[in-house]
Design a protein around this ligand. Structure first.
Ligand code: 3PG
Length: 388
């Protein structure tokens, strides 16, 4: 692909697609990880003397209508402060935008436009007509073939990859294509069903696949153990057994349980640590036990490459968080090349304050998972085609 950093942007109209889809509460950005990741690209274009336009989606609004709840205004407020420069939010941009060299305009939520999600050619051409150079930098949205990610790249005079997108692809490529071994993949989360393709593709490349959370419970059950009241998927037991034949799979062999009902879960909920043989019909497995956490920590410390997606327990609740905490610290201490990605995973990275110690933190949620599944990201594929 063509790289933004190889182009002369001075005086050019540069339209950058970022993923500024961040959580907002009462008009304030509550997690700025994606904004911090996008800022260097924006600064680079501004410093190069480009006329900079940035576009993004936010959430999943109904198309064809403005909705304050999904406005990018809080993001613009954040950028104004971060850049110490005026940033204007433009609502009616499709017919043309006035922006000076070294200035920044942010387009209002692209998902307000009719045709964005179905990748309408007419809309994509309108976006393309606004720029001399289109920069795709939104790794987090690169798995979506939409007008602002894919269509615009078809029609823009020049379409290139921004530094954030390039960095994401390089880091993930390093972990997947020719990883330092052993490659340890840690996949947590509640359900095997939503991560089956990821587990499948990782089972083929990882030396050790560590599973946690509800996913681990299905593996625990697949080995013939009682899981009591725990979240697990009976139908997927054969899949769990099949994965165990593909590679070494580590799941809980001691567990943290509670008998509190879901609605009573609290930071000081009562828990017990049990061997698998001791789990009773009333128990709900909500985390690894200490032995499993320690075993996984040792595996992590001996890894060459670590890929992490998903917590191994209900870490939002302190009483059920120990496993995820131990693993987070083990990743932080491991000399391995480590990558963490996915929304819940980043919340754990924040909670245990290990962001500086993970080699690469992906801004992708769905895009990160699709990359791990070995899927081609459509917004990257179009850049490759344009480069030919
Ligand atoms: C994400 O948060 O994963 C991306 O911003 C994509 O959002 P979407 O799933 O609404 O397309």
């Amino acid at each position: 692909v063509i790289k933004m950093t190889d182009l002369d942007l001075a005086g050019k109209r540069v339209l950058i697609r970022e993923d500024l889809n961040v959580p907002i509460n009462e008009g304030k950005v509550t997690s700025d990880a994606r904004l911090r990741a996008a800022l260097p690209t924006i600064k680079l274009a501004l410093d190069a003397g480009a006329k900079v336009m940035v576009m993004s989606h936010l959430g999943r609004p109904t198309e064809g209508e403005f909705n304050q709840e999904f406005s990018l205004q809080p993001v613009v407020n954040y950028l104004t402060e971060a850049l110490s420069a005026p940033v204007k939010l433009v609502s009616n941009y499709l017919d043309g935008v006035e922006v000076g060299a070294g200035e920044l305009a942010v387009f209002e939520n692209v998902r307000f436009n009719i045709g964005e999600k179905k990748n309408d050619d007419a809309l994509a051409k309108q976006l393309a007509a606004l720029c001399d150079v289109f920069v795709m930098d939104a790794f987090g949205t690169a798995h979506r073939a939409q007008a602002s990610t894919h269509g615009v790249a078809k029609f823009a005079p020049v379409a290139c990859a921004g530094p954030l997108l390039t960095a994401e692809l390089d880091a993930l490529g390093k972990a997947l294509d020719n990883p330092a071994r052993p490659l340890v993949a840690i996949v947590g989360g509640s359900k095997v069903s939503t991560k089956l393709t990821v587990l499948d593709s990782l089972s083929k490349i990882a030396d050790t696949l560590v599973v946690g959370g509800g996913i681990s419970n299905t593996f625990v059950a697949s080995a013939g153990n009682e899981v009591g009241n725990s979240l697990y998927e009976k139908d997927l037991i054969p899949e769990a057994q099949r994965l165990c034949q593909e590679t070494q799979v580590i799941f809980a062999d001691d567990v943290t349980v509670t008998t509190d009902g879901f609605s009573d879960w609290k930071h000081d909920s009562k828990t017990a640590i049990k061997a698998l043989s001791e789990v009773s019909a009333e128990d709900d497995i909500i985390d690894y036990g200490p032995q499993t956490a320690e075993k996984v920590a040792e595996i992590i410390k001996a890894a060459g490459t670590i890929l992490w997606n998903g917590p191994v327990g209900v870490f939002e609740i302190d009483a059920f968080a120990k496993g995820t905490e131990v693993i987070s610290h083990a990743i932080a201490e491991s000399p391995a090349f480590s990558i963490a990605g996915g929304g819940d995973t980043l919340a754990a990275v924040d909670k245990y304050d290990i962001a500086d110690k993970v080699s690469y933190i992906s801004t992708g949620g769905g895009a990160f998972l699709e990359f791990l599944e070995g899927k081609k990201l459509p917004a990257v594929e179009i850049l490759e085609q344009r480069a030919k």
